[in-house]
Design a protein around this ligand. Structure first.
Ligand SMILES: C=C(O[C@@H]1C=C(C(=O)O)C=C[C@H]1O)C(=O)O
Length: 281
């Protein structure tokens, strides 16, 4: 029988997916996070790298691979609130329909500060929406990375990604993963690789994913070079962006994930992970 995978193929997953050779009997489709979340939950696919919040919300049915994540400790650069008013004065924020995770994270961060702007779905470029009645715009993924650099770049010999100004031309960029780090001191996990508990992936697929990740991380400059060209960004910006991710769901990432789960989805079922490499079920 065929095992079906659903991949969110944003640039941040390229170090895992670009070199992946699917074993015989495994097929894959691709889409944005909300599409892959829905595909896994409807049974259209058997495994997907889904928004961690959907994994948490459906923890009664799902399990995640024990050693795969898209996480960061500190800034992520691609989950950004672009805003023209200071955070405490925000009135109307445009959300993206592509992401479940960043919306849930924004809600947690606003609640922690006691802020209650109106949140609405609206697609389009942040800089355009900011001239159309929104004073905040949440964007994720490749377009958010590109827009972030469009606002705060260029990177000069005197600046680094972390020392860049984060406001320019009247637009401020708040990196939600950095805000999470300020609040908790923990990493933020954006995605995990989840499947229904009664339908785990064939070991050959997980093995192939581990090999692909080793290859991708080992040749990160090449991965960055290819994607920089596609994104229209400087190579060193994309290489820094990719190097910054935590792809192994390590102990600190699990702490961050658990903390987020408790804040965002009170009463959630216990989070479950498959056996670690070499561990028996
Ligand atoms: C950090 C990011 O990670 C992605 C963000 C997701 C979400 O917001 O739901 C889901 C999967 C991640 O790969 C990003 O794309 O900017």
């Amino acid at each position: 029988m065929t095992y079906r995978a659903g991949w969110i193929h944003y640039t941040n997953v390229a170090p895992i997916l670009d070199s992946l050779t699917l074993p015989l009997g495994v097929t894959a489709i691709t889409g944005v996070p909300t599409q892959m979340n829905a595909a896994l939950l409807s049974g259209e696919v058997d495994i997907a790298n889904i928004s961690a919040v959907e994994f948490i919300r459906h923890a009664d049915q799902l399990e995640a691979l024990p050693d795969f994540s898209v996480a960061v400790l500190g800034p992520v650069y691609s989950v950004n609130l672009f805003h023209t008013a200071p955070l405490p004065e925000l009135r109307r924020v445009a959300l993206t329909a592509q992401s479940a995770m960043s919306v849930a994270l924004l809600e947690v961060l606003l609640r922690e500060r006691g802020l209650t702007p109106t949140l609405e779905r609206a697609e389009g470029e942040a800089q355009t929406l900011l001239t159309q009645g929104y004073d905040g715009v949440l964007r994720i993924g490749d377009s958010a990375l590109r827009e972030w650099y469009g606002v705060v770049g260029p990177l000069t010999p005197e600046t680094t990604m972390t020392s860049l100004p984060h406001a320019a031309r009247g637009i401020c960029v708040t990196d939600l993963a950095e805000e999470w780090f300020r609040l908790t001191g923990h990493p933020f996990v954006f995605a995990v690789w989840a499947y229904r508990r009664d339908n785990p992936p064939p070991p050959e697929l997980v093995q192939a994913m581990r090999e692909a990740r080793r290859e991708g991380i080992g040749y990160l400059a090449d991965v960055a070079g290819r994607h920089a060209f596609k994104l229209g960004l400087p190579e060193r910006v994309v290489q820094h962006y990719l190097w910054n991710f935590r792809y192994h769901l390590e102990a600190p990432d699990r702490l961050g994930l658990q903390e987020f789960a408790d804040k965002a989805v009170p009463g959630h079922a216990p989070l479950r992970f498959g056996p670690r490499p070499g561990q028996m079920r």
